[in-house]
Write a protein that binds this ligand. Structure first.
Ligand code: PEP
Ligand code: MG
Length: 291
């Protein structure tokens, strides 16, 4: 199995009846690129940009972020790079940013909810991504989307970043726009979200926690944090159907995407892309090629 995985990692994940699934990698920054390329990723399905904001005393500037995003886009040489906007909150703190104390941070101002409230921070990142998009195939993805208004506000913020760049005389490239599906209510209205977007990608780490009401960090409730829960799979079916109904592609970037036991079901549900830790790519490609 391991040898086969090593041999298959550079090949396409195509089933015996000709369905091809894009197998992408999750990264935290450019340091991961070597491993991504060595493992044959078809693209980057999740760039967790919060790591650029951690272990420092001020936020990275637009130019600093632009250099990093450009480097990643160039290294991937035309393969898709999905950049997720800052996903911080009282559950995932950045030392120099202010977070109100919350009794339930996982149900609080996190992900897109936070960046919509801190437009300066958001605009700086959006401008950096748009500028970097001249050098590769970049997609912008918003975490913790809950409703249509969130998507509209995110799109408006991107429009504003484009207007500012134009006013400043700075060039930028085109990007695909997508939402993470991490909240059950969002999963149930994927069709309405996909109408306004190019893609959605399921964050199962959070979607499982919110669907089963089981804290992903609490070992005492792991028995209820159930990736095989039929309730989760009903949601996943709706996500895939809802996205495709409007011509959006559907991916998955939570842990579940790289779990061999569930890969055949994800292929059957029509997922177009699965993004995972680079080490899992050969194994998942092998499993799909044998389907
Ligand atoms: C997820 O929730 O599945 C996800 C990919 O995002 P994170 O693990 O960074 O919250
Ligand atoms: Mg998440």
């Amino acid at each position: 199995m391991m040898r086969q995985a090593h041999e298959n990692r550079m090949l396409a994940a195509t089933t015996k009846n000709g369905q091809t699934i894009e197998i992408a990698a999750n990264i935290g920054g450019p340091d991961d690129l070597e491993e991504v390329l060595a493992n044959g990723a078809d693209g980057i399905g999740l760039f967790r940009t919060e790591f650029l904001f951690m272990d420092r005393s001020t936020a990275p500037t637009e130019d600093e972020q632009y250099e990093v995003y450009r480097r990643v886009a160039e290294a991937m040489a035309g393969k898709r790079v999905v950049i997720r906007t800052l996903d911080a909150g009282a559950d995932k703190k950045v030392s120099y940013l202010h977070f109100d104390d919350e009794e339930n941070p996982f149900l609080g101002v996190r992900g897109l909810r936070y960046t919509l409230k801190h437009q300066e921070l958001f605009q700086t990142q959006l401008k950096a991504v748009l500028r970097a998009a001249q050098y590769g195939k970049i997609s912008l993805m918003f975490p913790m989307v809950t409703n249509v208004a969130d998507v509209e506000a995110a799109i408006e913020a991107v429009d504003e970043a484009r207007r500012t760049l134009t006013d400043e005389g700075q060039a930028y490239g085109s990007v695909e726009l997508g939402a993470m599906i991490e909240v059950p209510a969002a999963a149930l209205i994927t069709d309405l979200l996909a109408e306004k977007l190019d893609f959605v990608s399921v964050g199962t780490n959070d979607l499982i926690q919110y669907t089963t009401a089981s804290d992903r960090m609490n070992p005492a409730v792991t028995a209820w944090y159930e990736p095989g829960h039929p309730g989760l799979w009903r949601l996943l079916e709706q996500v895939s159907q809802g996205a495709h109904q409007h011509g959006a592609w559907v991916g998955m970037c939570g842990e579940l995407a790289g779990t061999l036991e569930f890969v055949p079901r994800l292929v059957e549900l029509g997922f177009d892309e699965l993004s995972m830790s680079p080490k899992r790519i050969g194994l998942v490609k092998t499993a799909i090629r044998n389907l």
